[in-house]
Design a binder for this molecule. Structure first.
Ligand SMILES: *[C@@H]1O[C@H](CO)[C@@H](O)[C@H](O)[C@H]1NC(C)=O
Ligand SMILES: *[C@@H]1O[C@H](CO)[C@@H](O)[C@H](O)[C@H]1NC(C)=O
Ligand SMILES: *[C@@H]1O[C@H](CO)[C@@H](O)[C@H](O)[C@H]1NC(C)=O
Length: 266
């Protein structure tokens, strides 16, 4: 009878019970179990939030999600990601996304990423323009302005607002933005060096086919449509004798902005 009681079948549950009670009794005193924690997954973070399917799809198809992971592993600067929700993509002109080539899609995704961790408290003091993963300099302006609780971002093509924090730890910050951050490099006019001569541009004037890469990058339908809008505006501005002004003031002109809006949004 006693022998039966100590049979392995009976001892086993008792042993587990012992394990459970001792472990749980000890655990408050112990440090949290240090599993080899990888960097947080941006895809998992956004999937949990829901409503970011397009952004997730683009991050995956461009493999920028993997870049984020490996950079979080290799750098101690952390990262900041501006995530636009699905409705912001659907308010873009139809076909705009599809008109981008693979390289431009990578650039678009990388433009939503800063190669450093930027907590909300630091937006106020950060100096413009911010460096993005896609690049910096005049082709990649990304400026932030802070006023009280409101934080805005301008890319020279779109003005966006920060809607809130989706995720933050000490190395990764993910913020929701209310617009797709369209980079000037793709959606702005070509670099000044290759701007057409200031003769009266003909209708549908496009840059001459050349061996420079920007012309190739710009071959997409939507990009040329926008380029045409720019040209049309330049012609208009010329008539009003405004070409002597800096190009940046041209871009700030409401007529130009409205042409851009018409070209970019449906
Ligand atoms: C941000 O943009 C909104 C809407 O365009 C505007 O009302 C607000 O004043 C802007 N805030 C800042 C800090 O620029
Ligand atoms: C961004 O800020 C820099 C520095 O203040 C300024 O020179 C530039 O014109 C700004 N660009 C945009 C698009 O606001
Ligand atoms: C962005 O904001 C600036 C400054 O408020 C304004 O001049 C410009 O027209 C806006 N651009 C767009 C695309 O809304």
């Amino acid at each position: 009878m006693l022998k039966q009681l100590f049979s392995p079948f009976l001892l086993l549950p008792i042993f587990f019970l012992y394990l459970i009670t001792t472990t749980s009794a000890q655990s408050p005193a112990l440090a949290p179990v240090a599993l080899p924690a990888g960097p947080p997954s941006i895809v998992a973070i956004l999937q949990k939030k829901t409503g970011f399917n397009t952004f997730i799809r683009l991050l995956k198809s461009t493999h920028v999600d993997d870049q984020i992971t490996s950079q979080l592993l290799s750098s101690n600067q952390g990262m900041t990601i501006f995530a636009p929700a699905d409705n912001t993509f659907s308010s873009l002109a139809s076909g705009l996304l599809n008109s981008l080539n693979d390289q431009q899609k990578v650039e678009l995704m990388q433009f939503h990423i800063l190669p450093n961790y930027l907590p909300l408290s630091q937006f106020q003091t950060v100096s413009n323009p911010l460096r993005t993963q896609a690049g910096n300099g005049p082709r990649f302006p990304l400026n932030v302005t802070v006023n009280g609780n409101s934080i805005n971002i301008t890319t020279a093509i779109v003005n966006a607002s920060l809607l809130g924090t989706i995720y933050t730890d000490r190395q990764l910050a993910v913020y929701q933005v209310d617009q797709v951050l369209l980079p000037y490099d793709i959606f702005g006019p070509p670099a000044p060096a290759e701007a057409p001569a200031p003769s009266k541009p003909k209708k549908k004037a496009l840059p001459p086919p050349s061996d420079d890469t920007t012309a190739t990058v710009r071959s997409s339908d939507a990009a040329s449509l926008i380029y045409q809008a720019v040209n049309a505006w330049k012609a208009m501005a010329q008539e009003y004798n405004q070409l002597s002004q800096t190009s940046s003031s041209l871009f700030e002109h409401p007529d130009f902005q409205s042409q851009f809006q018409t070209a970019i949004y449906s």
